[in-house]
Write a protein that binds this ligand. Structure first.
Ligand code: CMC
Length: 440
């Protein structure tokens, strides 16, 4: 395929006056090129099958843009992440998670009045239908909380019938607010159920993250005072996880939503996808790996194992499909990790020492340099969340709580896109050709 500039550039998302020429045998085909605000242009292959009778082949979508989006942008080479244009480190430093939710949903940071109204709306939706508390008793106590999340969030569609009509803008809005508000409540309930403690109701006088902490750690028999340092750190962790453009779980939500499925079912599908160790489950896997390494002197052994393909072992919390530089979220997470461990007197945490040594050795190793494998967000998040007091099984649940707003914002964007159609990939068939059923 050759690329040629004919004249000038179009506005973002539109076809430019540039074209790509595809040659198959003796035939040549002109393909439109679309330009984004920033980032790579895309070659529009939407009519390729009609024009050529061929499909494109791209397992794992390494070169395929599945949609237009104006929510989040990643520059993997620079190690940059923008929410609606704002750098992630600036948002983590200067604002709070709920304001970031507003930004992701509506495109702009809220004014004071908008923030107060948004917070009131979300706060009003934090309780779940009382019957849901009984729903929990159907799960085994030793169930993984992500299994409980998939089931319970999917079940929201059986409780909130007045917000499942996706063609109604108002219902979509209510469903969005409900999901952001109820996800921490359900996550805390999953945790409380797993440890056999009573559920703690939301408290409307607390901010979003402090309320989540009290639902997780308070007990009815004594007052619970939220530690503001922990609350601020967790709020920042939520900001870092809030959205990440067309990652696996977000693409799952978009694909599920493209058939017209209700929003609660779509978010449940996103949670299911997030659970995998290559995606959100990596924070749990990274902490387990640090525990398995056990001491700083065993780090070289594990680095060697990660380089040996036959071992099947990878350094969890390392590498990323898009980032070929330090994950900008990992930088903020590393700082947050040190702050939390200092504040809680865990400065000598042996796992932190192992993590620092692992990072040091890997970043100097030719294998990791050549493959551009850097620590990702999950590398330091496990140590931080463990210091806060969360058990390992809850790490991915916390990721799901934070990512819900991203899923919802992307789902809404898709539903409101006039170009939206059901997502239906094609395939390269390599099975047997037609054959007749054997005669007797
Ligand atoms: N340790 C050792 N080798 C690795 C690692 C790793 N963590 N990650 C990738 N590689 C190697 C891999 O073996 C391959 O080598 P080669 O080219 O010789 O075959 C090369 O690097 C490229 O890897 P890939 O699997 O083709 O890359 P991918 O883009 O398909 O996978 C990834 C990205 C994140 C799934 C992968 O890096 C990985 O498995 N990392 C560990 C799990 C992890 O930390 N996941 C969290 C991702 S960030 C949170 C999120 O967004 O969910």
């Amino acid at each position: 395929m050759s690329d040629r500039e004919t004249n000038g550039a179009g506005s973002p998302g539109e076809a430019t006056r540039q074209h790509a020429t595809l040659t198959i045998g003796n035939e040549q085909y002109e393909l439109d090129v679309r330009r984004g605000t920033i980032g790579p242009d895309v070659v529009d292959v939407g009519n390729l099958y009609k024009q050529t009778g061929r499909f494109t082949y791209d397992p794992g979508f390494t070169s395929t843009a599945n949609c237009k989006s104006s929510i989040t942008f990643i520059d993997g080479d620079k190690g940059e992440l923008l929410y609606r244009g704002y750098p992630i480190d600036q948002l983590a430093e200067n604002t709070n998670f709920l304001a970031v939710c507003y930004l992701l949903l509506y495109g702009e940071l809220p004014t004071n009045t908008e923030f107060i109204n948004f917070r009131r709306t979300i706060t009003n939706h934090t309780m779940v239908h009382e019957q849901m508390t009984r729903f929990f008793t159907g799960y085994r106590r030793d169930a993984h909380p992500m299994a409980v999340m998939v089931g319970t969030v999917g079940a929201l569609s059986s409780f909130y019938h007045d917000s499942t009509d996706i063609t109604d803008q108002e219902q979509r809005e209510i469903a969005s607010h409900r999901m952001i508000a109820k996800m921490p409540t359900i996550a805390a309930m999953a945790y409380k159920y797993s440890i056999g403690q009573p559920f703690i109701y939301p408290r409307n006088d607390l901010d979003y993250t402090s309320n989540f902490l009290q639902m997780c750690f308070a007990v009815p028999s004594e007052p619970y005072i939220v530690n503001p340092i922990i609350s601020r750190a967790l709020d920042r962790i939520f900001i870092l996880h809030a959205d990440h453009e067309q990652n696996a779980s977000t693409s799952t939500v978009r694909l599920a939503g493209s058939s017209g499925a209700n929003p609660f079912a779509c978010i449940a599908s996103g949670i299911a996808c997030l659970w995998g160790p290559a995606h959100g489950g990596a924070n749990e896997a990274a902490l387990n790996m640090l525990k398995e390494i056990g001491s700083v002197d065993r780090v070289p052994e594990f680095v060697a194992k990660a380089k040996d393909k036959s071992s099947g072992f990878r350094l969890m919390g390392f590498g990323h499909r898009v980032y070929k530089n330090y994950d900008p979220r990992a930088k903020v997470m590393q700082k947050t990790c040190h702050e939390i461990l200092d504040a809680l007197g865990h400065r000598d945490d042996p796992l932190l020492k192992i993590a620092i040594e692992l990072e040091r050795i890997a970043l100097q190793d030719e294998y990791f340099i050549e493959k551009k494998l850097y620590p990702n967000i999950d590398f330091y998040s496990g140590i931080t969340l463990r210091a806060i007091g969360f058990p390992v099984e809850l790490f991915t649940v916390l990721f799901a709580v934070a990512r819900t707003v991203g899923w919802i914002a992307q789902w809404k964007e898709m539903i409101e896109d006039p170009e939206q159609r059901i997502g239906r990939p094609r395939q390269l068939y390599i099975g047997p050709p037609r054959r007749e059923f054997p005669a007797e």
